[in-house]
Design a protein around this ligand. Structure first.
Ligand SMILES: NC(=O)c1ccc[n+]([C@@H]2O[C@H](COP(=O)([O-])OP(=O)(O)OC[C@H]3O[C@@H](n4cnc5c(N)ncnc54)[C@H](OP(=O)(O)O)[C@@H]3O)[C@@H](O)[C@H]2O)c1
Length: 231
């Protein structure tokens, strides 16, 4: 019997790290669904990448979560890997906490913490089902060194990423019996639009290419899945 294809969902799949993950998984033969808010960019990536299914939606918007989850499972027929990658910086230009509007803190928490929580919850049945069939499933929550270091002006983003990292640890413990691993992975600094918005005067030549960071994340995901289970 031929091995099943890996079915992967990536949020924030039209730019930077997310786009690099979509391209790499598709190149390796996986079926990939990706999510982003801007319909035109979603259509462009779906046209460019074979085996990639675009979903237009906002992970920070409560009412978008179930439509996103239904489109992911409908198009892939199940799910082995969910990567919560889409992210908000909070206020831009970055601001001291004392100068951060409550609404900007809430927006960062909605995109970086509550959104991944909701989407993971909505897809848990599919992930647990895939784990029963193949021996394992993986959720990756994309983190940052701002989750552990107290960088001034990165408060909204850093607090939301710290919450996401701890949510990942607790969920990993709670879902172990179902065969679903939940990992929090920091890709390191990358040359992407998000980085350019946060630090406009950074030297891009000193930053990682998102493709290189994606390769490390794909390797970590494959190491957490049952070996030899997928084509
Ligand atoms: N770049 C770095 O140096 C760095 C360092 C450490 C960690 N990270 C983390 O790496 C991840 C990827 O960052 P990146 O630098 O690759 O970002 P990026 O290039 O700015 O790409 C962000 C992607 O997410 C989508 N997106 C943003 N908000 C969304 C929402 N609410 N719902 C759905 N999609 C949304 C964007 O498309 P739309 O705008 O069309 O929705 C885009 O596809 C993030 O979790 C970030 O925190 C980045």
């Amino acid at each position: 019997m031929s091995q099943p294809k890996l079915r992967v969902a990536v949020t924030g799949g039209t730019s930077g790290l997310g786009l690099a993950l979509v391209r790499q998984f598709a190149r390796e033969g996986a079926e990939v669904a990706f999510v982003a808010r801007t319909a035109e960019r979603v259509a462009r990536v779906a046209a460019e990448v074979p085996h990639a299914h675009g979903v237009v939606g906002d992970v920070a918007a409560k009412d978008d979560i179930h439509p996103i989850a239904l489109q992911i499972t409908g198009r892939l027929g199940g799910l082995n890997v969910l990567i919560n990658n889409a992210s908000s910086l909070g206020p831009t230009p970055l601001a001291l906490l004392a100068d951060t509007d409550c609404e900007d803190l809430e927006a960062a928490l909605a995109a970086n913490l509550v959104g991944p929580f909701r989407l993971t919850k909505a897809l848990l049945g599919a992930l647990a089902g895939a784990a029963r069939e193949t021996g394992g499933a993986v959720v990756v929550n994309i983190s940052s060194d701002a989750a552990v270091n107290a960088y001034e002006t990165w408060g909204a983003y850093g607090a939301s990423k710290a919450g996401l990292a701890h949510l990942s640890r607790i969920w990993d413990a709670e879902l172990a019996a179902d065969g679903v691993r939940v990992l929090s992975l920091d890709p390191g600094d990358m040359d992407t639009p998000l980085h350019a918005t946060a630090i406009p005067d950074a030297d891009p030549s000193e930053l990682q290419r998102p493709e290189d960071a994606a390769a490390g994340i794909v390797a970590a995901i494959r190491a957490a899945l049952p070996q030899g289970a997928f084509a």
